[in-house]
Every structure is written in structure tokens, then in C-alpha cells.
Design a protein around this ligand. Sequence first.
Ligand code: IMP
Length: 198
Amino acid sequence: MADVLLIGSGNQDKARELAHLLEGLPWDVKSLPDFPPVSEPEEDGTTFKENAIKKARYYGEHFGVACVADDSGLEVDALEGAPGIFSARYAGAGCTYADNNEKLLGALENYPWHERTARFVCCAALILPGSDPHVVRGTVEGHIAMECFGANGFGYDPLFVPEGHARTFGEMSAEEKHKLSHRGRAFSAIRAYLESLP
Ligand code: IMP
């Protein structure tokens, strides 16, 4: 029987993307709803990497299984890298994706297209029981649109136009987004690592 690989994310939108990105591996890939409820770990690291390791270690040790977790966010150059590791709660505790997008559009109100450069970053940490974390990072460069376009994906997707494209992630299918995205890139490295294991 295949070993369990737990996706350590309490964000159902992200967990769905990760399940898609890990399809077809010889692992029994599970998500948190497949296990008894557990409280979320505190995301008090100062980098994406620290938070990703923290989540993978917390859920992996709690359930005694291999665990992969990511920490991700949006870095906007005109805002000196904000919202960065605070992307999920940019507009305050308990805010919605729409609140965050509205706040971001307000912060960039007077910035023309060429000054709206940004990137999505994803750090993914894989921890096999008894092993050190294997950490990878994926990024995608792009621009913040002048308004929201599209209803696909989640989070800042309706505002993010990847470099070399004229549509936001919110206007792309999941397959199109995964080919370009920070998470798609980080998890193709995680897949390659898992496939290289004896
Ligand atoms: P985390 O759960 O702490 O990693 O929070 C990540 C946050 O960054 C999400 O709640 C979104 O606001 C944002 N984010 C990360 N990846 C994406 C993406 O692929 N699309 C849109 N927003 C994203």
C-alpha cells in the first residue's frame, strides 16, 4: 500500500491546487479534512521558508505521516515587497480575498502599469518522517492589473497578470495557471524529488 503524503494546508483553495499538482504520484495523497480536526499552527516565521517548514513539521508530526506544506504570497515592488508573508491577512484579521484586492488596488491607485511590477512566491517544504525538510521555491513575475478580471483561482488571481501574457490568473484555467505559477513551479520540483526517492 502506498505511504500517506499529507497536504498540510488549512486553505481549501490552496489544498485543492496542491492535490491537483501532486496527482499521479505513487503516494496516498491526503488533505486535512481526511483526518480528525486539528488547530492551525501559528504562522509567526519571518520568511516564506520558515513558515512552510513550520506547517509541514506541525501537521506531519501531529499525524505521524509525511507532509508537504507551502507558504506563499505576493510581493509588490512599489510597496517594498508588501504584502509578502502577510498576503492572507493584508486587509486585517478575518478579511476576504475581495478586501485584500480592494486594499491593493487602493495602495497602487496612482501607479502606472510599468510601476506595478510584482511576483508570486511559493516556498514548499516536504518532510518525510525522521528526515530533514526538503525545501524548494517557485516564483512568477508579473504586473498588478488596474482592476479585477476573472473569477477563477483564488486570492489575488484576478489582479495578477503574469509576464508575457495579457490576462490575469483569474481569467485562466487551472491548467494554464499551473504551467506558469509559483506553486506549479515549486511543486514540479517537489514531484521530481519524490520521484527520485528509492
Ligand atoms: P498562506 O496560506 O499563508 O500561504 O497564504 C497565502 C496567501 O497569499 C493567500 O491567502 C493569497 O492571499 C495569496 N496567494 C498565494 N498564492 C496565491 C495564488 O496562487 N493566487 C492568488 N493569491 C495567492
